[in-house]
Ligand binder design. Structure first.
Ligand SMILES: Cc1ncc(COP(=O)(O)O)c(C=O)c1O
Length: 503
């Protein structure tokens, strides 16, 4: 049998050794490595060729030479440290083969973080081979030419010599004061300086809150689609994420009846992401009021992720849900990653508001965890005051003529012009979550669709499933690249959908 492709060789050796796909997954896990089911099935079917580190892992499991498995050239037998006839001496190398294996903790077994999953791995492998991939998958403004305001960089440089030590675990006074004033402008009730915490991005604080709140069996309502870190952190903390639907027919607003139907006696909290990633929705005041009403009725804590609150377009006003819930325990999250294009500096915050009495013990937990990590990045804290005060350069991007505004309009129109694709117009942030007519394209597997698009057009998007969306009928595009790049991408997408049929 000719063993021309990687998949041919893989299948041949597996057959010879009597190994099934599940055996490869188990063998990898015994070595402390992770191979996903769909990953392996794609390698075996030849739809995807693994990256070099995964190829080396498979070669080691199958006991064949890694170069042979990769290319078909050279000797097939695995290279041995000694020649076949030489006596095996207990050298440092042979001793190390008996070292026990270190496995990841089982706490991670049900944690999914697909934004950097197998499709992104395949894109990285293609890049390793020298191919240019257009990445429409990550909301990281800097690589697309969105620069940090000069004043912010200048002020951080000035203050760097004063940022050598740990700060108060909640953060510098100046940073928290500026956040406090921001909270006042957003009408958050009952906020005090000791209820404001800075973090290494909102990401760190999401994890901190989930760990502080959730016990095994506790349920937390999280939107679908979501920003998947919420689901991952709730799971890792031992809680049970319960997804409520956001309704595409209603501008992607949360489906209130679905929320209500999913509350149980174990439900402790509800998460909202407003403005939303991945849909770009901004929730109207009336919808927020009704969510507050549900939370009030069932005594739920409210977590509101508002990292995109300064990126609203078309005059949509952003309302903080906490401003409508003075009697409920609320935590509001925001930061500078997106509004000030400094995702890499790592600075975010959370603000406790409303009914503090009911969250006294939770606050105790938050303080413990906050103290344990000592403090967040101090140089980044030092520019919060500069960033939040005065002229907000981000406004230029989101008004007519601004890059985010114009790019949003273009992508929205270009996607809707494709037969079989429909998209709701985003009101904020820099994401769009189009719907695919799955019947027309015979799509049953959104990961396969993402891979096919990557292979054919070298465009990397994130499948809807990566945002805990239950059907294979959506994907997310980040519209941060410059207009000329988006033109090319949309032309390629139109071309792809003109003929694509899955299966
Ligand atoms: C909704 C949402 N929340 C939080 C984050 C993480 O932000 P940070 O950079 O502050 O950790 C992101 C990043 O994409 C996001 O989209």
């Amino acid at each position: 049998m000719a063993l021309e492709t990687f998949a041919d060789r893989l299948r041949a050796v597996m057959a010879e050794r009597g190994l099934k796909q599940a055996d490869l997954i188990h063998a990898a896990s015994a070595r402390g490595e992770k191979l996903g089911k769909s990953q392996v099935s794609q390698y075996v079917s030849g739809k995807v060729t693994p990256r070099s580190d995964v190829r080396a892992l498979l070669a080691a499991i199958l006991d064949v030479d890694a170069a042979w498995l990769a290319t078909g050239n050279g000797a097939r037998a695995a290279a041995r440290p000694e020649t076949a006839n030489a006596p095996v001496r207990p050298t440092a190398t042979t001793r190390s083969t008996t070292m026990r294996e270190f496995k990841k903790s089982s706490k991670l077994d049900n944690v999914l973080y697909d934004v950097r999953g197998p499709v992104a791995d395949e894109a990285a492998r293609m890049e390793d081979e020298g191919l240019r991939i257009l990445k429409l998958n990550i909301g990281n403004p800097a690589p697309f030419g969105f620069r940090t305001p000069d004043e912010v960089v200048h002020d951080m440089r000035q203050q760097l010599p004063d940022c050598e030590g740990y700060s108060d675990s909640r953060g510098l006074f100046s940073a928290r004061k500026a956040i406090m004033q921001y909270a006042q402008l957003k009408h958050l009730p009952n906020v005090s300086m000791d209820g404001i915490y800075t973090g290494n991005g909102v990401s760190e604080l999401i994890q901190l809150c989930m760990n502080a709140l959730l016990d095994t069996g506790d349920e937390i309502l999280i939107p679908s689609p979501d920003y998947p870190l919420w689901t991952a952190c709730a799971t890792l903390a031992g809680g049970t994420p319960v997804h409520y639907l956001c309704d595409e027919q209603a501008e992607w607003n949360p489906d209130l009846a679905d929320i209500e139907s999913k509350v149980t006696s174990n439900t402790k909290a509800i998460v909202i992401i407003n403005p939303n990633n991945p849909t770009g929705a901004v929730y109207p005041r009336e919808v927020l009021e009704q969510i507050v009403e549900i939370a009030r009725r069932h005594q739920l804590m409210i977590f509101s992720d508002e990292i995109y609150d300064r990126l609203c377009m078309d005059g949509h006003e952003h309302v903080s849900i906490a401003s409508l819930a003075p009697d409920l325990p609320c935590v509001t999250f925001s930061g500078l990653s997106k509004s000030h294009m400094i995702a890499g500096y790592r600075i975010g915050w959370m603000i406790l508001s409303g009914n503090k009495r009911s969250m006294r013990d939770f606050i105790y937990g938050i303080n413990m965890l906050s103290n344990m990590r000592l403090c967040s990045n101090v140089p980044a804290q030092s520019i919060v005051q500069t960033a939040l005060g005065g002229y907000q350069s981000v406004e230029r991007y989101v008004e007519p003529g601004g890059r985010i505004y114009e790019q949003r309009n273009y992508v929205y129109e270009a996607l809707n012009a494709i037969d079989g694709i429909t998209a709701v117009k985003p009101k904020a942030a820099f994401y769009i979550f189009p719907k695919i007519d799955v019947k027309k394209f015979n799509i049953t597997d959104d990961e396969q669709f993402a891979l096919d698009l990557l292979h054919e057009k070298r465009i990397l998007i994130t499948r809807g499933g990566g945002f805990n969306w239950p059907e294979p009928d959506h994907f997310r595009i980040v519209y941060l690249p410059r207009m000329e790049v988006l033109h090319e991408a949309m032309d390629d997408l139109a071309d792809f959908f003109a003929h694509y049929r899955q299966g």
